[in-house]
Each structure stands twice: as C-alpha cells, then as structure tokens.
Design a protein around this ligand. Structure first.
Ligand SMILES: NC(=O)c1ccc[n+]([C@@H]2O[C@H](COP(=O)([O-])OP(=O)(O)OC[C@H]3O[C@@H](n4cnc5c(N)ncnc54)[C@H](O)[C@@H]3O)[C@@H](O)[C@H]2O)c1
Length: 361
C-alpha cells in the first residue's frame, strides 16, 4: 500500500480491503450513519463491491446523483441537501463519495456546507478522480457556463485509490483522465513525460504500469497542494491548460458536452503555444506536446465560431484578478510558471493555432 501525504490527510493507493479504510470505519465511524454518494454509472459498476466487501456499510444511505457535468449544479445540490435532512443526518455522520470527479466535487461540496461540514471520505473511481479531482481538497459546482464557480476548500478525512475500479471505466474516460496525468508530468516531471510518451499503449495501461502512473501523478499533485493548499502561488501551476480548457468546456457544455480532460488537452496545446510565443517553451518541445495531444484528443470542427463567447467566459474565470486574464506558461517540459497576463489578441492567436494544428490541410 503506497501512502502519500496530502495536506492534513493521506491518500492510500492500493487494494481497498488492505488499506486503513476498514479500520477507519470500525474505529472512527463505528456508531455513526454513513451516506454513500454515487452517480448512475458508479451505482451500477462500483457500489455492490463496496457494500459486500465492507459489511459495516450495508445500512448506509445511498444518494444517487444524475450522471454528467451538466448536473454538477446547485439545483442537484439542493435535492441532496434536502435528502440528508430527511434522513436526519447529523454533523458527526460520514459521507463517502464513490465516483468520478463530478461525484467527489459535488459530494465534497455538500459535505463541506451541510450543517457547516461533516466528515467525508473520497473513493475515486475514474482515472480523473484518482489522479486529480479527489486529491487536494477543492470542491465545486458550476454556475451556467462557468466551471467550478461555487465551491470550498475542504479536506477529506482520507482518500482511497483502488485501481480495480478502473476495470469498468469507458475508454473515453480513461483518455480524459490521462490528460491530467500528462499535465502533471508536463508541469513537474520531465522524466515521467518521457516515459509516458515513449511507452506503447498496451504496456502503458498494464496493471503494473497503471499503479506507477497513479503513484507518480498523485505524488505531483499532493506535493504542490501540500506546499500551497489555498492556491496563493505554486498551486496555480496545476491550472496549466485550464484557462483556455475551461472556457472550451464551458462553451460546449450546453451544445455538445466534451470530456473535461479532452478540453484540458486542447487548452494545453493553446497554452503551450502561448508559452512558446512569449519566449519560454522551446519550439521542439511545443511540437512534441502538440503531436502527443493530437494523437489522443479530438478538436471540434466549429471551434473558431465560439471564440467570442469563450473569451467572455475567460474574463469571468475565477483565477483572474483585477489585472486581467492570467494563465500558466511552461518554461520547459517539466517546469511551469504562473500569473502571466494574456490579452484578447494572444487568446485569439492561441485558438487559431489550436485550430490550424488540427485542420490546416
Ligand atoms: N476538484 C478538483 O481539484 C478537480 C480536478 C480535476 C477535475 N475536477 C472535476 O472533475 C470532473 C471530471 O471528472 P471525471 O472525468 O471523473 O468526470 P465524471 O465524474 O463525470 O466521470 C466520468 C464518467 O465516468 C463514469 N464513471 C466513473 N467511474 C466509473 C467506473 N469505475 N466505471 C464506469 N463508469 C465510471 C461516470 O459515471 C461518468 O459518466 C469535472 O467536473 C472537473 O471539473 C475537479
């Protein structure tokens, strides 16, 4: 069992039955009520294992969230909060999230506000949840087109990452989570980037290698978050690809929703281009990044028609301050800097570059 310290808690990577989870349930949460939050897919694919492997959970209340980013909204939160109240859940009871990033973001948010906060354990079931969303204590829901506009910093009691849950994850969702794996390597681990892009796909996703990917990627995020839990400085490096990626995700949310990781991959191409234009990232490294992302992630053909709206979305990004739109640059592969101001012309040029990379012929 690999144990990775993250802020006030530990992320355990390995078989859930061999982790501290059963003892935690027995010792710290023996006589309290448990609420397991799932979405429709994790209800069908993951819940039965949890209920059968851990008999103390057989009386748990199960809250079923509608699947998908479009449901990561206040209206759904209200319904869950009402259900918690109807079940007479009290502040010492326990919430367990069992799902991807939508479930941990929304379940964590609800845990942080219901009765001013009750303990929460995350058991992520998607690659995105395991390497990113469930790590670091950010919770959040969307407001219209604006991603994660409402949220809290709220540390869980613990996070348990068991890669066996990935056996039912659809291929597109693997790819989505892999975008954040690539991002962690790009901002902080040059060797891991080289290892990832040098591996054949069948080797890359062998059980042994997935374990390695999880441990390395979680270690990057946990280190950054522990150094800067409230995003005053270094944590901003985790936003590489997200200034433009979140605008793409927000724009397409109501038109034709795209996986979070796909949008971040496109954002990484655009922001790598800006890094190169501003004189940091060398051109050969930019080209390498573009080739890797293009081989894995599609770009919508109508991307350029939405640039005006995406610009407006970016102006309201919660990462900005009064100075304007700010983003991260890669100084080189494996090193990132943040708080770089970019203007409308930069952003338009980045969207053009992104589009041309896919459709220049
Ligand atoms: N809080 C953070 O720091 C942070 C970081 C990164 C991403 N996020 C958020 O996470 C979300 C994206 O996460 P995601 O990609 O996991 O989205 P998701 O939760 O929507 O999961 C993706 C899909 O996979 C399904 N799924 C999950 N686990 C499964 C399993 N084991 N078997 C079968 N199906 C399974 C889900 O039902 C869903 O359909 C976004 O809302 C993003 O904003 C948050």
């Amino acid at each position: 069992m690999k144990k990775i310290k993250c802020n006030s808690y530990t992320v355990e990577v390995g078989n859930l039955e061999l982790s501290s989870f059963p003892a935690l349930l027995q010792e710290s949460f023996k006589d309290v009520r448990k609420v397991i939050v799932v979405d429709e897919n994790t209800h069908d694919s993951c819940l039965e294992y949890l209920l059968t492997a851990f008999p103390t959970l057989e009386d748990a209340e199960v809250i079923l969230l509608p699947t998908g980013e479009e449901n990561k909204v206040m209206e759904v939160c209200f319904q869950v909060l009402e259900a918690l109240s109807d079940y007479e859940i009290v502040r010492s009871d326990l919430i367990i999230t069992l799902g991807g990033g939508v479930v941990s973001d929304m379940g964590g948010f609800i845990a942080s506000i219901y009765k001013r906060g009750l303990p929460c354990i995350h058991i992520p079931t998607s690659l995105m949840g395991m390497v990113d969303a469930a790590i670091g204590g950010k919770t959040g829901i969307d407001l219209g087109n604006f991603k994660n506009q409402i949220g809290t910093f709220y540390d869980p009691v613990a996070v348990y990452v068991d890669q066996r849950f990935l056996s039912t994850l659809p291929e597109d969702e693997w790819k989505s989570g892999f975008a954040e794996v690539l991002k962690h390597a790009l901002i902080a681990d040059e060797k891991e980037w080289a290892r990832l892009i040098g591996s054949k796909q069948d080797e890359l996703f062998s059980d042994e290698n997935v374990k390695k990917i999880l441990e390395k990627s979680i270690a990057v995020k946990a280190k950054v978050v522990t150094e800067d839990p409230k995003e005053k400085g270094k944590r901003k490096s985790l936003n590489f690809g997200h200034t433009i990626g979140h605008a793409i995700e927000g724009y397409y949310l109501e038109l034709n929703p795209m996986a979070h990781g796909n949008c971040i991959a496109l954002g990484m191409i655009a922001e790598a281009f800006l890094s190169n234009q501003k004189g940091t990232l060398p051109s050969d490294e930019l080209n390498e990044i573009v080739q890797v992302m293009m081989a894995l992630y599609p770009c919508p053909e109508d991307l350029l028609t939405g640039v005006g709206i995406m610009l407006e979305i970016m102006k309201n990004d919660k990462k900005n301050d009064y100075e304007g739109i700010k983003t991260c640059f890669l100084d080189k592969i494996g090193q990132c800097s943040w708080n770089h101001l970019i203007d409308e012309n930069d952003i338009k040029a980045a969207f053009n570059y992104l589009y041309q990379s896919y459709y220049k012929n």
